[in-house]
Ligand binder design. Structure first.
Ligand code: NAD
Length: 289
């Protein structure tokens, strides 16, 4: 396929490289970076003019809307606009409506798996949009990732992503504060892991991404909390879930508290640039007030 790939940062560059390595004809667009070996276009219109699929991997919904206004008039009829960024549900739906009105397929397909998953081609895609567009894009998901879950109509992919990451933020905070309490009780961290990882307190945060260094599988904790998944990206996703909860009048008190705690950690307590599991040393060093 002929693919325009727009947004070549930490995630987009390796995703585009994997598509090119699989034999697709990929042209990149990014105002800041130009990854080695990837042909670049000077504008979105130039990249999209004869493309089958336009893929975006951008920082937020406002930038997505700006870029979409350039992609949609340029992409040939029948083309597919595939957004893999994590953005608010409203932006995803607005862009999909505009694409459909222009005779294009549109998918919101945010990812889980992080920078390593992007490099290794092992991302999971959560996909909302038309089923025909999903069929067209499915071979691309198979190159950039290992799994694509079709979640429903436009916006459903973003909805799944922010709900998943709200659980992740809450369970990581709960896991970290339980370790901090265990420390104060004199409980060995290895013993804590051995019990909880095989008991009813288990979760992905404990079992697969243990925030305590030297305990459990290799994780960012074993690499001085180098991300991984940066705390500020967790804060972004918790903000998106709170915006969605406000818009739909959903009660999410734990999600709201998780957002407040990550905001403090990132903005006031040195957490920016560290992995989101770095709340463990922060909480472990704190007292009750
Ligand atoms: P990034 O900031 O590294 O990359 C974004 C890129 O978009 C940058 O290169 C920037 O120059 C480019 N860009 C900005 N405005 C543009 C425009 N108008 N036209 C073209 N390009 C433009 O971010 P990232 O870490 O690659 O994340 C991208 C998306 O993936 C975000 O929505 C993020 O939430 C999501 N995500 C990231 C991770 C992760 O671990 N980094 C994991 C899952 C999801």
């Amino acid at each position: 396929m002929k693919i325009a790939f727009i947004g070549l940062g930490n995630m987009g560059a390796p995703m585009a490289a994997n598509l090119a390595a699989a034999g697709h004809d990929v042209v990149g667009v990014d105002p800041v970076v130009a990854p080695d070996g990837l042909p670049m276009a000077s504008s979105v219109a130039e990249a999209c003019g004869d493309a089958d699929v336009a893929i975006t991997m951008l920082p937020n919904g406002d930038i997505l809307r700006t870029v979409a206004a350039e992609v949609i008039p340029a992409l040939p009829q029948g083309g597919v606009f595939l957004d893999c960024s994590t953005v608010d549900v409203d932006s995803a739906r607005a862009v999909a409506d505009d694409a459909a009105a222009a005779g294009l397929g549109a998918l919101d397909a945010p990812v889980s798996g992080g920078i390593k998953g992007a490099a290794d081609g092992t991302l999971t895609f959560m996909v909302g949009g038309g089923e025909d567009a999903f069929e067209t894009a499915n071979p691309l998901f198979g190159i950039m990732g290992q799994k694509a879950v079709y979640c429903g109509a436009s916006g459903a992919g973003q909805a799944a992503k922010i709900c998943n990451n709200m659980i992740l933020g809450i369970t990581m905070l709960g896991t970290c504060e339980a370790f901090a309490l265990a420390d104060k009780l004199g409980l060995d961290r290895q013993a804590m892991f051995d019990v909880v990882s095989t008991s009813s307190g288990y979760s992905w945060s404990m079992n697969a991404y243990c925030p305590a260094p030297g305990v459990g599988p290799q994780s960012p904790a074993d690499n001085k909390y180098t991300p991984g998944f940066a705390a500020e990206l967790m804060l972004k996703d918790l903000g998106l879930s709170q915006d969605a909860a406000t818009a739909t009048d959903a009660a999410t008190p734990m999600g709201a508290l998780a957002q407040t705690l990550y905001a403090t950690f990132v903005n006031d307590e040195g957490g920016r640039g560290t992995d989101f599991s770095g709340v463990l040393p922060w909480l472990a060093a704190k007292t009750r007030d």
